[in-house]
Design a protein around this ligand. Structure first.
Ligand code: FES
Length: 105
């Protein structure tokens, strides 16, 4: 299924991903710049911050307490901010788009 990453400068990258991956894994596997994923997906580094589009934000699993706390430490968060390693892609998510922050730090 297709996931689109939108860089901070507006460049879009279409990726083909397998259900079961996280958004972070999809970005890393497709060499999308802008997602670091330093902790490997355990939800402890917050270098995988991304913004979901409004239409998708309620169609994915919602942040748990740990993710919410980590997001509080991230700059430039919005109501649609997520740690991309905590969002699993399922087959319902074909066409999902993810916007990347200007920087992860
Ligand atoms: Fe570290 Fe997501 S990869 S919090």
């Amino acid at each position: 299924l297709k996931i689109t990453f939108i860089q901070h400068d507006g460049e879009t990258i279409e990726t083909e991903v397998e259900p079961g991956m996280s958004i972070m894994q999809a970005a890393i596997e497709n060499l999308v710049e802008g997602i670091e994923g330093e902790c490997g997906g355990s939800g402890s580094c917050a270098t995988c911050h991304c913004y979901l589009s409004e239409q998708w934000s309620d169609k994915v699993t919602q942040p748990d307490n740990n993710e919410s706390q980590m997001l509080e430490m991230v700059n430039d968060t919005t109501a649609f901010s997520r740690l991309s390693c905590q969002v699993k892609i399922t087959k319902e998510h074909n066409g999902l788009s993810v916007t990347l922050p200007e920087s992860q730090y």
